[in-house]
Design a protein around this ligand. Structure first.
Ligand SMILES: CC(C)(COP(=O)(O)OP(=O)(O)OC[C@H]1O[C@@H](n2cnc3c(N)ncnc32)[C@H](O)[C@@H]1OP(=O)(O)O)[C@@H](O)C(=O)NCCC(=O)NCCS
Length: 384
């Protein structure tokens, strides 16, 4: 009988050449390129194409892809109509899953998928563009629809990050905020075989449509043990309130074995390299705004320091979600939309894995260790 490993810890579920991490050194690479270099030098558009195609594009290839993304931002009015009937109090990730799944009804064609080497790359690429381009529009649309306003239409003259911010607040995007958003999208675009990417691969292995693949992944990202943690982090920091409250708050939480959101990772046994970069960007932003770090960031810094004393022996350090939320908050994005922004970026990674797997697909069908009763006879209800 095979050994059962809860959470599939350490069990390889795929073979992939998209990204790699070293959890002891705190290193992450996409297609071999360190995340730090990509965050500094690349754009979300270029990184998405790198993930999809496996190599850095030429200037012409990038221009073509960028134009494809810009040309695919508009979402059919039917999707807005669907949104109008969803409860404004519902979670944006549930809306996003609904909207992306519904897109599949407008763009059929998945019958061309064969799960073999002769995959229809045009279909795969075109659907990837459709999804990545529309993710941002849908997330921003919801912000307005749920508040009773018409959505702000996307603008073709802005890059992906600028347009995302513009669609949220209707203002000309601040260059520093747009660059930070761009870098954050890069940092969130891919992360090996985590829970949501695994969900994407499982759905993709049945040769289902890419819209259902991404919808499965969105549903999996939403939970607070995964991407949903970024919302919880800001709620937690607001509850703590000020740096001087950190230590007593932390002691109480740890005494009742509660989670410290944004801390810990299955793979990293040191600080997540993405958290280091996001923290630096947050500091740069606050310095550019006059140097006051603000209570939320100060509280986060104090909490990270206190956690290091208490949780480092368990290999628990800040992860990507620890600093992303406070950055998004500075951009005027409401906390329950933080995970949606994560999903916008991660759609590139999910689709890269979907494409990679399609080249040599086999349906996921693991086994289980049965721990129930052995075979027994049915007892009529009158005799129980
Ligand atoms: C990410 C996470 C789900 C990984 O889970 P995992 O690999 O199954 O790790 P475990 O739950 O087995 O944790 C190992 C130990 O560290 C502790 N630990 C892990 N994360 C912790 C956290 N955020 N707060 C407090 N303790 C934590 C566990 O309690 C456990 O301690 P024990 O050995 O004394 O029982 C987990 O760290 C977590 O829940 N973090 C908070 C949610 C979060 O930020 N998620 C985003 C991840 S990017």
């Amino acid at each position: 009988m095979s050994e059962y490993l809860p959470g599939l810890e350490g069990v390889p579920a795929t073979q992939s050449n998209i990204s790699d991490l070293d959890g002891n050194l705190g290193l992450l690479t996409y297609r071999g390129y360190p995340i730090r270099e990509l965050a500094l030098c690349s754009t979300f558009e270029e990184t998405a194409l790198l993930l999809l195609d496996g190599r850095l594009p030429t200037a012409d290839e990038l221009e073509e892809f960028d134009q494809q993304l810009r040309g695919n931002r508009v979402v059919k009015y039917n999707v807005r109509e669907i949104m109008k009937y969803l409860p404004a109090t519902g979670h944006p990730m549930e809306m996003l899953q609904t909207a992306i799944a519904s897109l599949g009804m407008f763009y059929p064609g998945d019958e061309c998928l064969t799960g073999g080497m002769c995959e229809d790359l045009n279909y795969v690429h075109n659907m990837s563009v459709k999804i990545i381009a529309r993710m941002a529009t849908i997330v921003a649309m919801w912000e307005h629809v749920r508040n009773g306003y018409d959505p702000i239409p996307p603008r073709k003259d802005l890059n992906y990050a600028e347009n995302l911010l513009y669609m949220f607040n209707g203002e000309e995007p601040d260059p520093l905020l747009a660059r930070i958003m761009d870098a954050s999208l890069i940092l969130h675009a891919e992360h090996t075989i985590n829970a949501s990417t695994f969900a994407a691969l499982v759905a993709g292995s049945t040769l289902g449509s890419p819209f259902l693949v991404v919808a499965a992944a969105i549903g999996t990202l939403a939970g607070p043990l995964h991407g949903g943690a970024n919302q919880r982090v800001v709620e937690m920091l607001e509850e703590i309130g000020r740096p001087e409250n950190v230590r007593s708050w932390l002691d109480k939480q740890l005494a009742k074995k509660a989670k410290i959101w944004g801390m810990g990772h299955r793979e990293y046994k040191v600080k997540d390299p993405r958290a280091t970069i996001l923290q630096k960007m947050m500091r740069e932003l606050m310095e550019a705004r006059g140097g006051d770090m603000g209570p939320l960031f100060e509280t986060a810094l104090a909490l990270e320091e206190a956690c290091e004393e208490k949780l480092a022996p368990k290999g628990v350090f800040a992860n990507v979600d620890f600093y992303s939320g406070i950055l998004y908050k500075e951009m005027g994005i409401p906390p329950d939309q933080f995970t949606s922004i994560f999903a916008v970026a991660r759609s590139a990674g999910w689709l890269a894995h979907w494409r990679e797997q399609l080249g040599d697909n086999r349906i996921f069908r693991p086994t289980q260790v049965y721990s129930g009763e052995s075979q027994r006879s049915y007892v009529p209800i009158s005799e129980r």
